[in-house]
Design a protein around this ligand. Structure first.
Ligand code: ZN
Ligand code: ZN
Length: 259
């Protein structure tokens, strides 16, 4: 789009670059979901976050310190939030909300959709392996940097981390609107799955909708808090689902919606 000059009509409210979209291998084409309607609901969510200063505002009388939004404006920096407008089987509308990743160390917070994996299994797998990774680290302490023993331990630690990632990725189950289900490795279009793939708002929201017979109509995401280190995300601004972690999943997740 050319830069706006004086006298130009205002830019359309519908910003096509905000759409949630991705290429679907099964259909050989892109699937899309517009952002327009959900943007309005994002503005309402922003007002709620600003008013309450916490994300557990749906539970009156409960205010856990870890769910405060204050850390988002400090050294922790901000976070992406998303809203999905859905149609229920009876035709009525409903809204789903998501935050990216964990919030205050929690994967599940009342009023927000959960992650793509069973949390107890995820925690059990990561706890066991992380303890072994830490134990290897302790054994490495005090050994000379280029000693054969230390190198051997370091190689074992790397292999363990890789295996942990694979095991954790195997716990993610993505369901789409054609009723197909895939784990992260099979759903992800690009080679090499980046850390945090599947933990952003769009995959959480679409997956939740597909599992609960809800038909997505519109999805939008915004950033809340202090700008990120690379200065690509700013407080209360809208962004499309990210291209590195989300786009390679969105074609699969949106598949079947048009029918
Ligand atoms: Zn993302
Ligand atoms: Zn498709």
């Amino acid at each position: 789009m050319r830069p706006g000059a004086a006298g130009d009509p205002p830019l359309p409210v519908s910003a096509p670059d905000l759409a949630c979209a991705g290429f679907c291998r099964d259909c050989g084409r892109e699937h899309r979901l517009p952002a327009d309607e959900a943007r309005q609901h994002c503005l309402e969510l922003m007002a709620l976050l600003a008013r309450h200063g916490r994300i557990d505002f749906t539970r009156p009388g409960v205010a856990e310190p870890r769910f405060s939004t204050a850390p988002l404006f400090g050294p922790d920096r901000g976070k992406m939030f998303g809203v999905l407008v859905c149609r229920r089987p009876d035709g009525s509308r409903t809204l789903l909300r998501a935050f990216s990743g964990q919030y205050g160390g929690a994967w599940e917070v009342a009023g927000w959709v959960g992650p793509l994996f069973p949390v107890p299994a995820f925690n059990a797998v990561s706890r066991d392996t992380e303890q072994r990774i830490k134990a290897l680290g302790r054994q490495m302490e005090g050994l000379a940097k280029d000693s054969p023993r230390r190198r051997e331990l370091a190689a074992r630690r790397r292999a363990l981390s890789r295996r942990l990632m694979r095991e954790l990725h195997g716990l993610y189950t993505l369901v789409n609107f054609r009723g197909r289900s895939r784990n992260l490795a099979r759903a992800f279009l690009a080679p090499g799955i980046p850390t945090g793939a599947g933990d952003c708002c769009a995959p959480k929201l679409l997956n939740h909708a597909a599992r609960h017979q809800l038909v997505p109509l519109s999805l939008a995401e915004f950033y809340w808090g202090r700008e990120n280190r690379s200065r690509t995300r700013f407080h209360s601004c809208f962004y499309p689902p990210c291209s590195s972690k989300c786009r390679p999943l969105l074609g699969f997740l949106l598949c079947g919606l048009e029918e």
